[in-house]
Design a protein around this ligand. Structure first.
Ligand code: ADP
Length: 445
């Protein structure tokens, strides 16, 4: 149904004016005959006004109580009633359409396997679907309007909500499921509208279990390989002693040396795998303390200069008094792996620069070498386990392909990231950027 066109409205009102003129004309004529024109006009106007008042009253009553049938009006009132009736019809249709959309939306989100919770600007629950009720142990009806932080009582959840509202630094949070502590829930926040947020909760327990099975398998396999390898290495050592110029195994000198080198490499791979498994399993629970990173760098460099990097020149640029709160063994493995890589992949006697400095928003640990550099297509993959740019490198170079995976993991435990800046022919800089919250800066005085 369409609105009345503007021309029709004008015509109705012109007709109303004409009617009024005729009405008043009639009363004027009556007044003329009875010699009281003014009184007659007043009477005519009063009747006219009373009529309009009556219709206005009826309209008001109908608007206040739309259930009662509208009385038909006269003249313009008839038109006004028709228009209002059309408006009502249109609204009814729009309402029905909106209701359909809402129920369709609710049906589809209810069928969603992920929990969805709509949260208003003040952190109160506006709506949630069936999956959210199950995953987050929310009670339909009862928990609507409650503050979400009062219902999900994990210590990091409050911080997560604040971060989502401010800058989104904490994009995801994994917590034990409120309904069942043995399960794990992954939470994400999607801000929208005016301060509103959608909390999406996914049950990732199966995925977690699978990951932990894989981790356990790798850890167990590595552990089991250790003993036979130790036996092999023991025999190889004895045989190596016999492989001197005049020994019984003199002819086997080269193969035995190669076997020793390979078995040492296997030992390093197993150690690295066990280290990674440990990092994944318990890294977060290790004790944390304030660590003098400058001192740690000096010790690592001293160690390298005695063995792997005898001929390299190390230039250290360490900010005094800049300490980091973290896990010592993990941070040491970060420094050791980055420094050993710099030495391994750059020519002997070249310079390696290691810096530890505060910067805007945190601190940067960087290790720069003059090595061959890395082509851009390799850079995103370097932290994958066993990923090596030059897979044909000699086993004796000491690499395992796990070093940067360990670095990445250790940094993740310190809310930090690894930044790789390299170009073929221009050397490489591997940096770790630590957040300000982890710094403990001593007064220089
Ligand atoms: P690897 O034990 O092989 O060094 P990593 O995980 O430490 O294993 O490093 C992965 C790969 O990244 C290395 O094989 C190497 O190709 C490349 N890489 C690491 N550090 C450097 C560096 N400083 N310069 C050039 N390439 C590097």
């Amino acid at each position: 149904m369409m609105n009345a066109p503007a021309g029709e409205v004008r015509r109705t009102w012109s007709l109303a004016l004409l009617r009024l003129s005729v009405w008043l004309g009639l009363w004027a004529i009556i007044g003329f005959f009875i010699g009281q024109i003014a009184w007659a006009l007043l009477a005519g106007l009063s009747i006219y006004t009373a009529g309009h008042l009556l219709f206005a009253y009826q309209l008001h009553r109908w608007l206040a109580k739309p259930r009662i049938e509208p009385r038909e009006g006269l003249g313009v009132w008839q038109e006004i009633y028709t228009e209002l009736y059309r408006l009502k019809q249109r609204n009814r249709r729009r309402k029905r359409r909106l209701k359909d959309i809402v129920s369709e939306f609710q049906a589809s989100t209810a069928a969603l396997p992920d929990g969805a919770v709509v949260i208003d600007g003040r952190g109160r629950i506006v709506w949630f679907n069936q999956a959210a009720a199950v995953i987050l142990a929310l009670r339909a009806g009862q928990d609507n309007g409650q503050r979400i932080v009062n219902l999900i009582r994990h210590p990091r959840f409050g911080e997560f909500m604040v971060s989502a509202a401010l800058d989104g630094t904490m994009a995801e949070l994994e917590i034990p499921a409120p309904a069942n502590e043995a399960n794990t829930v992954l939470l994400r926040i999607v801000p929208y509208g005016d301060g509103q947020r959608l909390l999406v909760a996914r049950d990732v327990s199966d995925q977690k279990r699978l990951e932990s099975t894989r981790r356990d398998f790798v850890a167990n396999a590595s552990h089991e390989l250790r003993t036979p390898l130790t036996v092999l290495r023991g025999y190889l050592e004895i045989m190596n002693e016999d492989a001197g110029e005049s020994g019984a195994l003199a002819a086997w000198q080269r193969p035995l040396r190669e076997m020793s080198a390979q078995s040492q490499r296997m030992g390093r791979i197993i150690d690295s795998l066990l280290r990674l498994a440990r990092l994944e399993a318990e890294g977060m629970h290790q004790r944390q303390e304030a660590i003098d990173i400058g001192e740690m760098i000096r010790q690592v460099v001293d160690g390298l200069k005695r063995h792997e990097a005898r001929d390299h020149v190390f230039e250290l640029d360490l900010q005094p008094g800049l300490n980091l709160y973290g896990r010592a063994s993990e941070l040491e493995s970060v420094i050791a792996n980055l420094a050993a890589n710099a030495a391994r992949y750059s020519p002997a006697a070249s310079t390696i620069r290691i810096a530890w400095q505060a910067e805007a928003g945190g601190a940067l640990l960087s290790v720069a070498d003059n090595g061959p550099g890395i082509a851009p297509e390799h850079i995103p993959r370097l932290t994958e386990r066993f990923y090596r740019v030059d897979s044909g490198r000699k086993a004796s170079d000491g690499g395992t392909g796990l070093g940067l995976a360990i670095v990445k993991h250790s940094l993740e435990h310190h809310e930090s990231e690894l930044i790789i800046d390299s170009e073929p022919g221009a050397g490489s800089t591997f940096s770790a950027r630590f957040p300000h919250s982890r710094l403990i800066i001593e007064d220089a005085a």
